[in-house]
Ligand binder design. Structure first.
Ligand code: DGY
Length: 321
């Protein structure tokens, strides 16, 4: 019998995923599910053939340089891979995979929650009732924005963007988008293509971000670009905090330039941004876009599919480098 590969799983995954992992691999766990420091991550990787990390484990160039020769694959439990230096991994001959598709529905749902929570003042209302401060009602009370008939701008029309657009269609919204390449008509489904980000922002009553965080997209939403958006627009971010200049966002939310924001992701995670947390017109969640039972299982299984294919001598379906 051959020895099974040793697999490091640094975070607590769904029980069914762990059970399947144990069937095939010699699994090394991080029992208390704390976020490894850089030194702990490097140390934990020394005696393993593979790692199945989440976006909380940062494989920067210096971490990758410290990985042992035997570690051959980083099979991410995430679609976003901004926590991995792909060029450094490629240079070391380490395969990197992700988990696309399986979290698109869950993330689109959270984008809708963020949009509606922002438009209809969800945080403010919830806090008022919960804290026993609801002592008044009038037709002029807690009036928000209706999204029906408004323009929904999708920045990044990949898998998540397309499904989010479908959900927004369900609210009677007109879909606009910007993407590196224009979609085919069957995928576009009547959505209006903008060949520049600026052109999309100018028509987005609600702007929903669905592009990866890269050096090119970092700070894409900033003072200049927010000024292009319609007065009283709503920003939804379920992608990555790095896309937004949070100081500029706070200023726009305070001045009323933007009506509200619905945010599932922040520049600092965990924790978020206290300046944003101080504003009533921000609906916030703690990066839970893909956190459903169904999707956690599917993400784990997809990462294991990639590992199985790699150790079976094939090319993982979701290989990035
Ligand atoms: C992803 O898959 O990128 C989500 O943000 C969760 O990590």
């Amino acid at each position: 019998m051959t020895t099974p590969p040793t697999l490091l799983i640094p975070r607590k995954l769904a029980p069914a995923v762990l059970e399947r992992a144990r069937d095939t691999y010699n699994v090394v766990l991080n029992e208390d599910d704390h976020v490894f420091t850089r030194a702990e991550l490097i140390a934990a990787c020394q005696d393993v053939d593979a790692v199945l990390p989440c976006h909380s484990e940062h494989f920067n160039a210096d971490v990758i340089a410290a990985l042992p020769q035997r570690l051959k694959i980083i099979a991410n439990h995430s679609v976003g891979v901004d926590h991995v230096d792909l060029a450094a991994a490629k240079a070391r001959g380490i395969v990197v995979t992700n988990t696309p598709d399986v979290l698109s529905d869950a993330t689109a749902e959270i984008a809708m929650l963020c949009m509606l929570g922002a438009a209809r003042r969800g945080s403010e209302g919830d806090r008022m009732v919960r804290e026993g401060r609801w002592n008044f009602w009038s037709p002029a009370f807690m009036v928000g924005r209706q999204v029906t008939g408004r323009r929904f701008g999708v920045l990044g029309m990949g898998r998540v963007g397309q499904i989010t657009a479908d959900r927004a269609r369900g609210f009677g919204m007109e879909i606009h988008y910007h993407n590196r390449t224009r979609l085919s008509p069957d995928k576009e489904k009547g959505a209006i293509f903008h060949d520049t980000v600026d052109s999309l922002l100018a028509v987005s009553d609600v702007l929903s971000l669905h592009c990866p965080a890269t050096p090119d997209t970092t700070g894409l939403i900033n003072g200049r670009t927010i000024a292009l958006m319609p007065q009283g627009a709503i920003l939804v971010n379920t992608a990555r905090g790095a896309l937004v200049d949070e100081d500029a966002l706070v200023a726009a939310l305070k001045s009323g330039r933007l009506f509200a924001a619905g945010l599932d992701v922040f520049r600092t995670e965990p924790g978020g941004n206290p300046d944003l947390a101080g504003l009533d017109n921000v609906f916030m969640l703690p990066h839970i876009g893909s956190a459903t039972f169904e999707t956690r299982d599917a993400m784990g299984f997809r990462a294991l599919d990639n590992l199985d294919s790699f150790f079976g001598g094939g090319t993982p379906g979701d290989r990035l480098v």
